[in-house]
Structures are given as C-alpha cells and as structure tokens.
Design a protein around this ligand. Structure first.
Ligand code: GRF
Length: 207
C-alpha cells in the first residue's frame, strides 16, 4: 500500500514509519512526505530518499485552494487515485484539512492525536489534559472527517499522567506510545485486517 505522510514539526512519528516501512515484508511504503512549512522532520524523508514537498497555506488565497494544491501534490505520487488509493497519514500536521481535501481522501485519511478522543481535541491536547487535572490521557489514531478530531476512532492507548510533570515531559511519554501505535495501525490497514470503509460506515472492521 502506498502512503503519503503529512507533517509540520520534528517528524518522530514519520521517522518511526520510515523505519518500519523499510523492514522487509512491511505491507506499505512511503511514496511522499508533505508539509505545510519547512518542517525539520522533512530531513528524515530526504535522508531516506523519499520525495518531499512543502505547500504553505500563506501562498494561497484560501484554505480551500491550499487543500486543492496539497491534494494534487499527493495524487501526483499515486495516492488517492485509481483502484489502489493507498493512505494519507497526518502525523503531526498542525493544520485542519479543508473539506474538499477530506472529501477527496477520507476514509483513506488518518490522523494521530495525543489524547484519548473525544477528550481533549484540538491543537493543545497535552496542555488541556494537564490543565483539566486528568489522571490519564493517551493517543488516538482516527479517520479524519470534516470535524476537528471527530472522526471514527481506530486505535487508542492510555498513558498515565504523573504528578508534577510538564507538558513537554508528558508529550514525550505520549509520543513513545504514539509511534508504535501509529505503525501498528498502518500495518493493520495495509494488511486489510482493519477496514477503513467499514469503520467509516459504522460497521465492524475496527476489530
Ligand atoms: C504528535 O504527538 C502528534 O500527535 C501531534 O504532534 C506530535 C508530532 O510529533 N499532533 P512528531 O513531529 O511526530 O515528533
């Protein structure tokens, strides 16, 4: 299965996917990595010889136009087209994808989020969990729909919150759980044991 990965930051989830997909027998490969900014994580893809592109929202008149250009760049690499559309993985892309983009790819469009959705959606999930005094948080890998972190949940993992830890410390511990969960979920999708269309339609498929 062909994967397009979208990032905004350091790309440690991307790096985990690069390492996993380089293993013989892994049922997916990354065909391109896109970003909305000069993300430091693009260097992981460049080192691995994976094509990259940067498409900045500020270069367009509207979010919709940005989404169209992003979609076109991904489709140029063969993801989202034809009988084997592959999968788009938002792995730390810190942007809400426009409706047209979601319509073009979903349900073959997933995101990883550093909280146990539906708790703590949005861009400050780790901070919000700490501020709420929660005793646990975690990671959710989900299908992206038109809402903000509202799409059907695929897989989750719990992380206990430690007394007195900072946002950065907690986020790092969440990411240690997040990377293998994302890799395992992508593997299940690529193998066909997790059926995105069935989950999106509210049928079984998540197990
Ligand atoms: C991840 O925790 C992701 O869920 C969140 O941003 C972080 C990205 O980390 N949206 P990295 O760039 O993959 O290291």
């Amino acid at each position: 299965m062909n994967l397009a990965v979208l990032i905004s930051g350091g790309g440690s989830n991307l790096q985990a996917l690069i390492a996993a997909t380089a293993e013989p027998g892994f049922p997916a490969r990354i065909v391109c990595v896109g970003a909305d900014t000069d993300a430091p994580g693009l260097a992981h893809a460049e080192r691995a010889g994976i094509p990259t592109f940067v498409i900045r929202p500020g270069d367009f008149r509207s979010r919709d136009e940005w989404g169209q250009m992003l979609a076109a760049a991904i489709q140029e690499h063969g993801v989202g087209t034809g009988p084997n559309p592959g999968l788009v993985v938002s792995a730390g892309l810190m942007r809400i994808l426009p409706e047209g983009f979601v319509g073009a790819f979903s349900p073959e469009l997933i995101n990883t989020h550093p909280a146990l959705l539906p708790s703590f959606p949005g861009a400050h999930a780790v901070r919000d969990a700490l501020a709420a005094g929660a005793s646990e948080t975690g990671v959710t890998v989900h299908i992206i729909d038109e809402g903000v972190d509202t799409g059907p949940v695929l897989r989750q993992a719990v992380v206990e919150i430690r007394e007195g830890e900072s946002e950065d410390q907690l986020h790092e511990r969440i990411k240690e759980v997040e990377r293998p969960l994302l890799v395992a979920t992508v593997r299940e999708i690529a193998e066909g044991s997790l059926d995105l269309a069935a989950v999106a339609a509210g049928r079984t498929g998540a197990d």
